[in-house]
Design a protein around this ligand. Structure first.
Ligand SMILES: C[S@@+](CC[C@H](N)C(=O)[O-])C[C@H]1O[C@@H](n2cnc3c(N)ncnc32)[C@H](O)[C@@H]1O
Ligand code: SF4
Length: 373
């Protein structure tokens, strides 16, 4: 049973050089047909495997869901409502770029129940935005935020990246100061990851010194945590910060290892004990939308590992009592020696029956977690 659904909308005004998502520019002609395919997928999959639960969250990710005709999102929402139902106060969220936002669109989105908007700002430094081939300037980014507010959004999340070409600790500080002055309800900030075949690498090879070095990268993360905390944004996950009550309910589904539906090209779901994904090729998805590209049935052992891996991302930590209830395992006993080593090294701590990464542990989270699972 799933209380959340992810919908992938793959269309963008232009393709950014760093982006490795299923996101396509210049295929706008397909978007009507794509919407119909997603609706057929929702109907087909939920007929085959009904979900006897109303949805509490729906997340339109991409791609740029804010770029397409809002009516297409409205049609998908109506189909979800029909096939599984939506809670009255469900968190409906959409991702978009700053330059797609208009007051009219905000009103249309809200008329379908979308109350949260997540804007990809990435940086407020023009040199960095050009280096990323981002397609918007600092001023356009700020204008996008102002338009979302003027359009009535009281729950705005901003996405940022660090470790960018041309970025310095000073320019990152400035981006954070300017961004926090806007008083967003939520910030997500991820280190730039560069895929092997990324066009960004042609202009900025990996070993080039335009990227911040490792020490600077660590300082950037620490600056992020400090500045968000000073601004009253609570760090509730390794890379996510929110005012009280504005945490992303949708993403909490993932981190709590709960099941969710997913529809659209390349979308990944966790449903009825199986993790599966749709085709990443747009043409293949539109032909074979009820087939999976990958599928893995999650056994108890894997589920346990995932619960540790995901739960430890939450700053409140992994609830050891709930873990014992769900899996019948007391981690403080079964992993006693590993935990002692990690505690002695200052990487994890246990308080109030919660096992959590320390700030030092967060910086090395992958190696710390691999010790545990
Ligand atoms: C699908 S995009 C958000 C919506 C919209 N397409 C946009 O770009 O503004 C989701 C977010 O993922 C992050 N992202 C994309 N590519 C990334 C990469 N290579 N490394 C780190 N973060 C990335 C960016 O912060 C981006 O805003
Ligand atoms: S980062 Fe966003 S706008 Fe840029 S290509 Fe990816 S999905 Fe599209």
């Amino acid at each position: 049973m799933a209380k959340s659904a992810y919908i992938h909308i793959p269309f963008c005004a232009h393709k950014c050089d760093f982006c490795d998502f299923a996101a396509f520019a210049g295929l706008d002609d397909l978007s009507d047909q794509y919407t119909k395919t997603v609706i057929s997928e929702i109907e087909g999959r939920l007929k085959e495997q009904p979900n006897n639960h109303k949805l509490q969250t729906v997340f339109f990710g991409g791609g740029t869901p804010g770029y397409v005709d809002p009516k297409q999102l409205g049609a998908i929402i109506a189909s979800l409502d029909n096939e599984t139902g939506l809670e009255k106060d469900a968190e409906l969220c959409l991702e978009t770029t700053p330059q797609t936002i208009t007051v009219e669109k905000c009103k249309q989105w809200q008329s379908f129940g979308i109350k949260r908007i997540s804007i990809g700002i990435e940086s407020l430094n023009d040199k960095e935005l050009i280096a990323l081939s981002r397609g918007h300037t600092r001023e356009q980014a700020r204008a996008g935020f102002a338009t979302a507010r003027a359009g009535g959004f009281t729950n705005i999340a901003l996405d940022l990246m660090y470790g960018l070409p041309e970025q310095t600790l000073e320019s990152w500080r400035q981006t954070l100061d300017d961004l926090l002055a806007l008083e967003p309800e939520h910030i997500s900030a991820y280190g730039l990851t560069i895929a092997e075949n990324s066009p960004l690498l042609i202009r900025y090879p990996r070993e080039s010194d335009v990227y911040p070095d490792e020490d600077t990268f660590v300082l950037m993360y620490e600056t992020l945590v400090q500045k968000c905390s000073d601004a009253g944004l609570f760090q509730y996950e390794i890379a996510n910060f929110a005012k009280a009550g504005y945490e992303s309910k949708h993403n909490l589904t993932y981190w709590k290892n709960e099941e969710y539906l997913a529809f659209g090209v390349s979308a990944h779901r966790y449903y009825r004990g199986t993790r599966s994904s749709n085709f990443r090729s747009l043409r293949r998805y539109m032909r074979d939308y009820l087939l999976d590209e990958t599928s893995e049935s999650i056994d108890e052992q894997t589920k346990m590992k995932e619960a540790i891996f995901l739960g430890m991302r939450l700053r409140q930590g992994l609830d050891l009592k709930i873990f014992q209830r769900d899996f019948g395992v007391d981690l403080t006993q079964s992993r006693a020696s590993e935990l002692e080593k990690l505690q002695d090294g200052g990487f994890v701590e246990i308080a109030d029956q919660k096992l959590r990464l320390t700030q030092k542990g967060v910086l090395m989270s992958n190696s710390v977690l691999s010790e545990l699972i």
